[in-house]
Write a protein that binds this ligand. Structure first.
Ligand code: NAD
Length: 471
């Protein structure tokens, strides 16, 4: 497990970075140290913890350029990296603002007048966070921040595919000794992630269904809670009454932002037969305007495919679709430029559910469009998936879109917009079906996942309780 791992640069294809996973003994020692420090962190109180996190934020912002550069080297894209940093900062500020109310517990009256309840929330001592490569900063901190504020210590294992951003984060962390004691980022791949589960009291995992299952099984064996946020194959339904100008712009963004490497990407589009030709025309025109971010990161909106193995999956899905009769309207092939793998936004028609492109997670900028003749058919097609992460519905009226949305088996449905959960973190939602397990990571209740409820049941009089045995 302590073999060094070489990391590929998605723009150049060169292996120009090395990470070294901790040996098992060191990992165990680190977790032991974090667990001991958590006691002091909890005693510091909410105000002290918020102050430490704010200090970390300031230290990170002071080296924003270094962090941006590391994220660009990890992912090959610039504007989304900037967005990740902004999102990290606003998430940290939001939790600092909300936590005092959310973590407050007050005494409660009960149905038995001489017994009162004094509830409290006890943080899990050590939380493990295992995160993927597609939004390296955002997804390694999305659960880390509320867990720290709740009073837990946290150990984070980011993806081995995009780990460079950890160095600037850690440099900033080293300037805040109180926080450094309870927050550690470790390097490593799957074996390190798996080993980590043995040492923590709760695990937050973001990644694929296949790995999520292993993580959930290991957590179940140890009787620790696992919050697993997994893949998706989000559908968009466009009814005949929809505003096509709006629908095509929203769907294009939802499908190809971050080059489609997003769990909540729109990966299947179902359009009413009567408007499909016009829909495809507008979508293709808009898709063709987007440029590759090559030769420089500023050259365009579409970055490279970050993980080399993902480029192979996207190519396979595309080939499978074309072999089974799909028609390519734009894009449609992988390009090797400067050592990186690139896909232009691709629109397909004549697709169906015998194709991988309509049933398996592609994680690329592909927009397969299928027609439907009745709304019921569209809903059945949208629900014909093992996934249930999110979806989008477009219609002329909010009411008719919501009527359709109510019948879709997914946790978050954008109405007349797409992929809104990437922007709005306030809406509580669960992942349905194979897209995940556990309480909502979105919404203010998310912080409560990191505490256990403890209650003192207090007898307030000196009389005999009516249910005791007679003396
Ligand atoms: P992955 O499952 O391959 O890896 C995710 C993390 O798990 C990495 O850090 C990896 O090192 C670690 N890991 C691998 N094997 C492990 C094991 N046996 N035990 C413990 N940890 C292990 O996923 P990926 O390819 O990095 O990420 C892409 C996937 O993540 C896609 O399916 C995407 O939809 C999903 N994702 C989901 C969300 C969400 O919020 N639902 C967000 C982003 C990405």
């Amino acid at each position: 497990m302590n073999q060094s791992i070489e990391v590929r640069n998605p723009r150049t294809g060169k292996f120009d970075y090395v990470i070294i996973p901790p040996p098992p003994k060191l990992l165990a020692q680190q977790c032991h140290r974090l667990r001991r420090a958590q006691v002091r962190w909890q005693q510091l109180g909410l105000e002290g913890r918020i102050a430490a996190l704010q200090e970390w934020k300031q230290a990170i912002l002071a080296m924003r350029d270094r962090l941006t550069e590391a994220l660009v080297n990890d992912t090959g894209r610039l504007s989304v990296s900037e967005m990740e940093i902004d999102s990290f900062v606003s998430s940290l500020d939001r939790w600092c603002k909300l936590a005092p109310d959310l973590l407050q517990e007050s005494a409660k009256n009960t149905t038995i007048p001489f017994i009162s309840l004094q509830p409290s929330a006890v943080p899990y001592p050590l939380v493990g966070v295992i995160s993927p490569w597609n939004f390296p900063l955002l997804l390694s901190t999305i659960d880390t921040i509320p867990a720290l504020i709740a009073g837990c210590a946290v150990i984070v294992k980011p993806s081995e595919i995009a780990p460079r951003f950890v160095a600037p984060l850690t440099t900033a962390l080293n300037t805040v000794p109180k926080l450094r004691e309870v927050l550690t980022f470790i390097e490593g791949a799957g074996a390190t992630g798996y080993a980590l589960i043995e040492h923590v009291d709760l695990v937050c995992f973001t990644g694929s269904v296949a790995t999520g299952r292993k993580v959930a099984e290991a957590a179940a064996k140890n009787f620790i809670p696992a919050f697993v946020e997994l893949g998706g194959k989000d559908p968009a339904i466009v009814l005949a009454s929809a505003d096509l100008e709006l629908a095509t712009s929203a769907i294009l963004w939802g499908a190809v932002v971050n080059t489609g490497q997003s769990c909540l990407s729109i990966e299947r589009i179902y359009v009413a037969e009567s408007i499909c030709e016009e829909f495809v025309k507008q979508l293709v025109l808009k898709a063709q305007k987007l440029k590759l971010a090559y030769p420089t990161v500023e050259s365009g909106e579409i970055g490279p495919i970050i993980a080399e193995r993902q480029a192979a999956i996207i190519s396979d899905h595309l080939l499978d679709a074309v072999e089974k009769g799909a028609v390519v309207h734009c894009g449609g092939q992988i390009e090797e430029l400067g050592g990186g793998w690139w896909f232009r936004p691709t629109v397909l028609t004549q697709v169906n559910h015998s194709m991988k492109i309509m049933t398996e997670e592609t994680f690329g900028p592909i927009m397969p469009v299928m027609t439907f003749s009745t709304v019921e058919e569209a809903i059945n097609l949208a629900n014909d998936s093992i996934y249930g992460l999110s979806a989008a519905v477009f219609a002329g009226s909010e009411a008719s879109a919501i009527e359709v949305a109510q019948q879709i088996d997914a946790g978050a449905i954008s109405i007349n917009d797409a992929a809104l959960t990437a922007i709005m973190h306030e809406g509580e939602k669960n992942a349905f079906k194979f897209s995940g397990l556990g309480g909502s990571r979105m919404g203010s209740a998310a912080i409560k996942r990191f505490t256990r409820k403890k209650v003192f049941l207090i007898k307030t009089n000196t009389n005999k309780d009516p249910w005791w045995f007679d003396d």
